[in-house]
Design a protein around this ligand. Sequence first.
Ligand SMILES: Nc1ncnc2c1ncn2[C@@H]1O[C@H](COP(=O)(O)OP(=O)(O)O)[C@@H](O)[C@H]1O
Ligand SMILES: [Mg+2]
Length: 334
Amino acid sequence: MAEAVVTVLLENLSSLFQKELGSIIGVDEELKKLSSTFTAIRAVLADAEMKQFTDLAIKDWLRKVEDAALLLDDILDEFSTHDLQNQNQQQKGGWFNKIHASCHSSFGLKNAMFRRRMANKMKRMRETLQNIAEERKMFHLCERIATTDKKAELMEWRQTSSVITQPEIYGREEDKERVVQALIQTCDTERAAVHTIVGLGGLGKTTLAQLVFNDDRITMHFDLKIWVCVSEDFSLKRMIKAILDSASVSVSGNLDIDPLQKKLQQALQGKRYLLVLDDIWSEDQEKWDRLKNSLVACGSKVGSSILVTTRLTKVASIMGTLPPHDLSFLSDED
Ligand SMILES: Nc1ncnc2c1ncn2[C@@H]1O[C@H](COP(=O)(O)OP(=O)(O)O)[C@@H](O)[C@H]1O
Ligand SMILES: [Mg+2]
């Protein structure tokens, strides 16, 4: 459990770097140090998790790691919320307001205060974490960099399906409505309109995509619905196979691209389809172009749509043909 939590947290940290949030608010050094301490701790987590049942001190230590991870997660949340608020504020004003704000208005002051508060929080966080990292040495745990086994396990843990497993889902009615309407009203001349849902890890992108996928109006509107969990491997062959698999077309043996492409054509031709590509990390424009060309070449019906979920705004800008759907945090009321 702790290992999974820390792994997700490190991913969130790295996506924060990619958004350059760290450098904007001048706390990137603290973030980098935190990230490297967490990486060092993660290396022994697999061993600790095995030994916790016979050693209570290790169990206690693991609890501390999890608490620290949750605390850092809260700090990241605060960054994202602050970033969103800033974006909103800046969108409201023209260029004069922006320059003025960055100099001395209450907006600038608030930013400076926020920066100082967060820098303090992170310093404290780093001290706690360094103590935890020191303590680990007492237990003589083995270091293990995610082996293929662990990696495979993690990949499996990350796999998603179109089935909603969460017993209760809160506060996404509006988001769902907006995405459903956008998909149904997709421009008629587009053969593969690409909608994107963007937001930090754990925010509920997959859950929202599942809600949309299972909505009755969507089921009525599309002739075929396909769900593919992308995560790591975005190669053309794997993608076509996964699409065929989800569309219940059997693929025997190790087919080349050409026969795969023909099967894809048989599956999609004359149909209005919805394809969900969940959790895309690849920023490789060429790979995406190849997949998109393959899909467009299938002669599907107009109004077919692709719905992408991703943490990275860059991915959304490469793939999306429509403005992204930015997912926000649920409010306390939700
Ligand atoms: N609106 C919601 N109500 C209740 N639980 C939610 C909601 N959105 C997400 N979750 C839960 O939060 C966790 C992370 O959500 P997920 O959709 O996988 O996030 P993401 O795809 O953005 O990483 C999951 O366990 C999911 O069931
Ligand atoms: Mg997801």
